[in-house]
Design a protein around this ligand. Structure first.
Ligand SMILES: [Zn+2]
Ligand SMILES: [Zn+2]
Length: 625
């Protein structure tokens, strides 16, 4: 089946069972400048899972467009995609496990016709320390579903992934894993959840391709093994618990179900293949590339290049159709990177220059029924793709000249290679290749990797902080450290000078980390002085105020913002102390404590470590203890 057919069957199946179909939310979340892209089916529905009434009712079904940018550089295997669709059905306080698991099983085996002997399932193994038992109910339901079609499904408790690799499957079909694998909450495992946070166990379905286990992943195979034998094709989350103040859990009044199934993976399973690239649109693109290049997808030497071009072109097409344009920052930069990598890999295949925009038409045609905004904007998308390819080729040309200049010295330093990489977007393999062709014997690859790592750490820390809607985890401990983080930045400026600005940041419940611009190591006196200022401001019990204002106005007030970040016209600003006489003002999404004295409940502010992370950038780790 094609993904289009699987999507149609899924929506029809759940509509027959009383679900209202809701349209996919756009890839760029509306009114939310702190989230890069919609990255799962659940994300747009979180408010309704937490109790808000959904206008379409208590049973919903959808296919949500999603983009994940975490591992763009890793694209090229058989299952990971930058853009994908997530099928979802939702019970908002309505039906629960007894309906959901039989429906999932019926859909997979009857509607999609998957061979039930190839299906393996997982459930939550429970956590004694939290008083949450193993999910016997799910085990019982799965046993019955398999028994009804003559399969004797045994349950095996594996616990952790490591344990699974050590003991293997032992003839089981239903496997219980710990919270790392079979528990969902916004803040992860039960122990990380703040008071009042809902969460619950989940139950995944895996498809067994029957390939041989690769022992580099562990001694034995099991459903969560990464060797490629098993592919996860769907997950039902049962949101049924809420965390209490004393750390224990009780059952929620409104119990929800949230199912997520990767559309391309399901389509691949119906074809009996573990390669999502042979399905639907991706396959169409690859056929076109084969025609243009004379190369074959089945040729292992070129398979990765085919996959990268197909994945990136489709993702860029969807992002442009949702309003993103190639550019140098944030969302625009993602599209630029996708298109430039597509150009590079199309060169590897030998696709003639200027052809990539010709892929937009087949993509638009394939999605005409589900996402008509692509076909409506086809001309715009083609112009953006074509324009970006042209700009990139000009940049490449300049970069080649630069490389030739470096080459005169007979060697290429890590710094030179890194400059080519950052300024011209040259992939390092290309740099090495071109350097070799110009008689340069050696490129300092180790040095390059080190520079790249520093660069990635910095930009990751920066974007994590900004794009997670402020903080990933809103526990009290993390929120206190966040406010302390603002105090620390200001104190650093007072002690070291106004050249200090934030270059990256990361906050957990245990500690805060800040990267900031400063050329030399801090003296012990400077560290003590900074600590004193922060602790003083905590004691003064300053009020913490959030204000929304025009970006211009905030800049006039001298609000701190992160280097290189782009902000919307209307911004959220946090001041410590009233706005007119604030100690610190920062562009920030929060959350924060209301008064600085609340920070003192966790202890005294202390700098644990101060070190260099890159040229001119220092890092501080600090705690409340
Ligand atoms: Zn395996
Ligand atoms: Zn902040």
């Amino acid at each position: 089946m094609t993904p289009n057919e699987v999507r149609a069957k899924y929506l029809a199946f759940f509509k027959e069972r009383g679900h209202a179909e809701i349209p996919s939310a756009p890839l760029v979340p509306e009114n939310d400048p702190t989230t890069l892209f919609t990255s799962s089916g659940m994300q747009p529905l979180v408010p309704y899972l937490l109790g808000q009434k959904h206008p379409a009712g208590v049973r919903l079904v959808d296919s949500q467009k999603s983009v994940r940018t975490g591992d763009i550089d890793d694209i090229g295997d058989n299952r990971h995609l930058t853009f994908f669709e997530m099928l979802g059905n939702w019970s908002l306080g309505d039906y629960f496990k007894q309906e959901q698991l039989p429906w999932v099983f019926e859909f997979l085996t009857t509607e999609l016709g998957l061979d039930p002997t190839k299906l393996y399932v997982t459930v939550f193994a429970g956590d004694e320390s939290l008083g949450i038992p193993v999910d016997e109910e799910a085990i019982g339901l799965w046993k019955k579903l398999f028994a009804d079609i003559g399969i004797d499904a045994q349950a095996v408790v594996l616990g952790s992934e490591e344990e699974g690799a050590a003991v293997g499957m032992q003839g089981g079909r239903i496997f219980a894993y710990d919270a790392k694998k079979n528990w969902w909450s916004r803040s992860g495992a039960p122990s990380n959840m703040p008071t009042g946070e809902p969460g619950g166990p989940d139950s995944e379905v895996f498809y067994d391709f029957g390939t041989e286990h690769d022992p580099t992943w562990g001694e034995h195979c099991h459903p969560n093994c990464d060797c490629g034998r098993f592919l996860e094709i769907g997950n039902s989350v049962f949101m049924e618990y809420i965390k209490k103040e004393d750390g224990s859990f009780e059952k929620l009044k409104q119990r929800n179900v949230d199912f997520g199934g990767g559309l391309e993976r399901l389509a691949a399973a119906t074809l009996g293949t573990d390669d999502v690239y042979v399905t639907g649109t991706l396959n169409t693109i690859i056929k076109k590339l084969e025609e243009w290049s004379g190369k074959l997808y089945s040729d292992m030497q070129y398979q990765k290049a085919f996959r990268v071009v197909a994945d990136h072109l489709r993702a860029a097409t969807f992002l442009i159709s949702d309003g993103v344009r190639p550019g140098n920052v944030e969302r625009g930069y993602v599209v630029r990177r996708l298109l430039r990598r597509a150009v590079r890999y199309s060169d590897v295949l030998g696709v003639p220059a200027g052809n990539l925009k010709g892929l937009v038409a087949p993509i638009a045609a394939d999605y005409a029924d589900s996402y008509s905004n692509i076909i409506e904007q086809q001309a715009v998308i083609e112009a953006e793709v074509g324009g970006e390819e042209e700009r990139f080729r000009k940049t490449l040309e300049r970069g080649m000249k630069e490389l030739a200049r470096f080459a005169n010295n007979g060697e290429l330093s890590a710094q030179d290679a890194f400059q080519l990489f950052t300024t011209y977007g040259f992939p390092i393999e290309l740099i090495a290749e071109e350097a070799g062709a110009r008689g340069i014997k050696q490129v300092d690859m180790e040095g390059f990797k080190e520079l790249l790592k520093q660069h990635q750490d910095l930009s990751r820390a920066g974007s994590e902080q900004k794009f997670k809607g402020g903080l990933a985890d809103n526990s009290e401990a993390t929120v206190r450290l966040h406010t302390a983080h603002h105090l620390l930045l200001k104190a650093l400026q007072q002690v070291l000078g106004p050249h200090v600005h934030q270059r990256g940041s990361n906050i957990t419940a245990e500690r805060l980390r800040i990267d900031f611009s400063h050329g030399e190591k801090m003296t012990p006196e400077q560290k003590t002085e900074v600590e004193c200022i922060v602790n003083e401001k905590i004691k003064e019990d300053l009020v913490v105020v959030r204000t929304e204002m025009a970006k211009e106005e905030a800049e006039k007030l001298g609000a701190e913002h992160e280097f290189g970040a782009k902000y919307p016209e209307c911004v959220s600003v946090y001041s410590i102390g009233p706005l007119e006489q604030a100690f610190s003002i920062e562009f920030c999404g929060g959350p924060h404590v209301e008064h600085t004295a609340e920070i003192a409940q966790a202890g005294v502010f202390k700098i644990q470590k101060e070190e260099a992370v890159a040229q001119g950038v220092r890092r501080i780790k600090a705690v409340l203890e």
